[in-house]
Design a protein around this ligand. Structure first.
Ligand code: AKG
Length: 346
């Protein structure tokens, strides 16, 4: 098995997506499963790849697998490869452990290496082992999937992401793109110390800030305000974001964390209206890890949700991100509303 995995690691082009990696793995295991099937079942469609999805494709495709409560001793090459549920929202494929370093494949970022201790800290305590020979199967897994499905159902009863097609016309999308084209700079995120913003690998796109006075921008903010029944003055100036191949925005909330005192001086973000300005690219869906949902772009489509819960605290259910673009260039427009008047602040 160790040899097999070495071969797999060396053969796989890590710049390719997880579907390629899984297809390669299956091939080495003499399982003839096409990349297309894997893509459609594992990372395609409207659902996030998660723990229950991994199990489903294992079952359907006859891959022997078990799920069990994850303890550190499982991070041992004899149990690998294994899918491990991480970060509460996504599954990674652990392929190798060497010198206390874990090598795993993340569907978003490709091959990653991390110390065994920090990897273990981050993992959720659930694991799916694939092709583990005589290892004793446990009933734990089924129980987990049931709980996971119930959890998702409960969530969707009280949190909604609304999709509104034709929020902008195709011509309006093109015009917005054109107005931003010369203004792009590398996107930033709030600095971890709470003062200002910084460049980060969690957000690798470019942003354009449309701060100039323009009746077209005003009209769009007005439309967004009507859409979610808020006063137009609560919207920040429009921001465009563009992603080229490989660029992404990891899971995050649009609301500011308590430590982000600089940003909070101008008010807390409460609502997002995100508009897709084009759809002629591959990948790049907007994912909501806790909702198990990926929204696909459609030119002119708006997506809206709230970032705070009924107590004014950041709602983890509003956590979202932009998956990496596989091909082409993605453009979106962000309209963020705060809990204070934004008309004197850009
Ligand atoms: O690009 C996307 O689909 C999501 C963008 C996003 O999460 C953001 O700009 O806050």
């Amino acid at each position: 098995m160790e040899k097999l995995l070495d071969k797999w690691v060396n053969q796989t082009n890590w710049n390719e997506n997880i579907a390629s990696a899984l297809a390669t793995f299956c091939k080495l295991e003499n399982l003839e499963i096409s990349k297309k099937t894997i893509f459609e079942n594992y990372i395609g469609g409207e659902k996030m790849a998660n723990f229950s999805e991994v199990s489903r494709f294992c079952t359907e495709w006859g891959i022997d697998h078990i799920g069990l409560n994850f303890v550190k001793k499982h991070l041992d090459n004899q149990f690998l490869p294994a899918f491990v549920l991480m970060d509460k929202y996504h599954t990674v494929l652990v392929i190798k452990i060497k010198n206390d370093e874990v090598y795993f494949f993340d569907g978003v970022r490709g091959l990653i290496q991390e110390s065994i201790d920090s990897f273990f800290e981050r993992s959720m305590g659930h694991i799916v082992l694939v092709e583990v020979g005589n290892y004793k199967k446990e009933a734990y897994y089924q129980k987990h999937v049931k709980e996971e499905n119930e959890r998702i159902k409960k969530i969707s009863d009280h949190f909604s992401v609304k999709i509104i097609d034709h929020f902008l016309t195709s011509e309006e999308c093109d015009l917005l793109k054109e107005k931003g084209e010369s203004l792009y700079v590398r996107s930033q995120v709030s600095a971890s110390e709470g003062n200002g913003s910084e460049i980060s690998s969690i957000r690798t796109s470019s942003s354009a800030f449309l701060v100039q006075k323009d009746s077209f921008f005003d009209d769009i903010r007005e439309r967004a305000a009507q859409l979610i029944n808020l006063n137009k003055e609560r919207f920040e100036s429009i921001q465009l974001t563009s992603y080229t191949k490989g660029q992404l925005y990891d899971a995050h909330s649009d609301a500011f964390a308590d430590y982000d005192t600089d940003a909070l001086k101008e008010g807390q973000r409460t609502d997002t209206v995100l508009v897709y300005l084009n759809d002629d690219y591959e990948g790049g869906g907007t994912f909501f890890p806790y909702l198990n949902k990926i929204i696909k772009a459609k030119k002119g489509r708006a997506v809206t949700w709230k970032s705070l819960d009924e107590n004014g605290k950041i709602d983890p259910l509003g956590t979202h991100g932009g998956l990496p673009v596989m091909n082409g260039r993605k453009y979106i427009c962000n309209l963020w509303a705060r809990n204070t008047d934004q008309s004197n602040w850009k």
